[in-house]
Design a protein around this ligand. Structure first.
Ligand code: NCD
Length: 306
C-alpha cells in the first residue's frame, strides 16, 4: 500500500503519469464519474483549511465516492487526548483512504505507520504539503507546457511556507531549473533546504530581498502568505506581514508570459488589481487542485478506468 508523505514518494515517471491522468480527467470528467463508487475518503484536519479539504472532498464526490471526517481538532477525540495513531486505526475501519492535515511535522507519517488504508499528508506544520505541490506541478505543466528550463521566483515566507519546501524538492528533479528566493532576511529558506537540497544537488539559486530585482527574469512567480500561525510572537508577524505586495506596477516589470501562482489563501501579498491580469494563475491553480487530487485518489487506491 502506498502513502503520500512527500512529493518524492512518487518517481518522476509516476508523477508524469499522474499529471497526464489529471489532464485526462479535466478533459473527460464523465469517464471517471463512477470510478470510486462505494468508496469513502476520510478527511482528518487538525488545522484550518478551505481549498485542500474541500478539493479533496470534491475530488472524491466527482469520482462517485463519499466523504466523512472532521475539520478541527476540537471536534475530534484529539480534544480528549487521543493520539493520531489510535485515531487512524479507527478511521481505517471506516474509510478506504485518508487525507490528514496536522500542525505537527511528521504526524501524518506516524499515522501512516499504523494505518491499513493509504494516508495522504495534506500539510504537516511548516514541513511539507505534497498535494499542493502536485497541484502546482499540474498548473505549471498545463500553463507553461513544461517542467524543465524554468526560472522560478519563490517570494514571501520561505522559512515556514511548507508549499515552498515541497515545491523545491519536487522541481529540482527536472533539468535546468533555477530559483530566485525572494524573502526578508528573517524568512529565508531553512538551511537544510539551502544546503542539503539546493547546494547538494547543484541547483542554481539566488537569494534576494527585493521583488523588483528578480521580476524581469522570472518564468513563474510563486507568491506566499506570511504564516502567522507559525510565528512565536505577534509583533514579528506584524512587522513582516506586508513586506511584499505584488501590484500592477510591479507586474509591469515582468515578462509577458510569466505566470503568477499562489497556493492561497492570499492576505495582502497580491493586490486585487492583479487578479484581472492574464498572467494571474492562482484561481485556475485552485481548480487544478481538484483534478490532481482525483488522479491521486485513483492512483493510491489502484483504481483504473479504461
Ligand atoms: C497552504 C497551506 O496550507 O500550507 N494553503 C493551501 O493548502 N492551499 C498555504 C498557506 O496556508 O499559506
Amino acid at each position: 500500500m502506498q502513502h503520500l508523505m512527500s512529493p518524492l514518494d512518487l518517481s518522476v515517471e509516476e508523477l508524469d503519469r499522474l499529471l497526464t491522468l489529471a489532464n485526462d480527467i479535466e478533459s473527460h470528467p464523465q469517464k471517471y464519474a463512477h470510478a470510486c463508487e462505494g468508496k469513502k475518503l476520510a478527511t482528518c484536519f487538525y488545522e484550518p483549511s478551505t481549498r485542500t479539504r474541500l478539493s479533496f472532498e470534491a475530488a472524491m464526490l466527482n469520482l462517485g465516492g463519499s466523504v466523512l471526517g472532521f475539520s478541527t481538532a476540537d471536534s475530534s477525540s484529539a480534544a480528549k487526548g487521543e493520539s493520531v495513531s489510535d485515531t487512524i486505526r479507527v478511521i481505517s475501519c471506516y474509510a478506504d483512504i485518508c487525507a490528514m492535515r496536522h500542525p505537527k511535522e511528521g504526524a501524518p507519517l506516524v499515522a501512516s505507520q499504523k494505518s491499513t488504508i493509504p494516508v495522504i499528508n495534506a500539510g504537516d506544520g511548516g514541513h511539507q504539503h505534497p498535494t499542493q505541490t502536485l497541484t502546482d506541478l499540474l498548473t505549471i505543466r498545463s500553463l507553461k507546457g513544461r517542467l524543465d528550463n524554468l526560472t522560478i521566483g519563490l517570494c514571501g515566507d520561505l522559512k515556514f511556507g511548507r508549499t515552498v519546501h515541497s515545491l523545491i524538492h519536487a522541481l529540482i528533479r527536472y533539468p535546468n531549473i533555477r530559483f530566485m528566493l525572494i524573502s526578508p532576511e528573517e524568512l529565508r529558506v531553512p538551511s537544510y533546504i539551502r544546503e542539503d537540497v539546493l547546494r547538494k544537488n547543484q541547483v542554481p539559486f539566488q537569494e534576494v530581498e527585493r521583488l523588483e530585482e528578480a521580476m524581469g527574469q522570472l518564468d513563474i512567480l510563486y507568491m506566499t502568505r506570511v504564516q502567522r500561525e507559525r510565528f512565536f510572537n505577534e509583533d514579528d508577524y506584524v512587522r513582516m506581514k506586508d513586506f511584499y505586495i505584488l501590484n500592477k506596477k510591479k507586474m509591469a516589470l515582468a515578462k509577458e508570459d510569466m505566470i503568477v501562482m499562489h497556493p492561497l489563501p492570499r492576505v495582502n501579498e497580491i493586490s486585487v488589481d492583479v487578479d484581472d491580469d492574464p498572467r494571474a494563475a492562482y484561481f485556475k491553480q485552485a481548480q487544478y487542485g481538484v483534478y490532481v487530487r482525483m488522479a491521486l485518489i485513483l492512483t493510491l487506491m489502484e483504481v483504473s478506468v479504461c
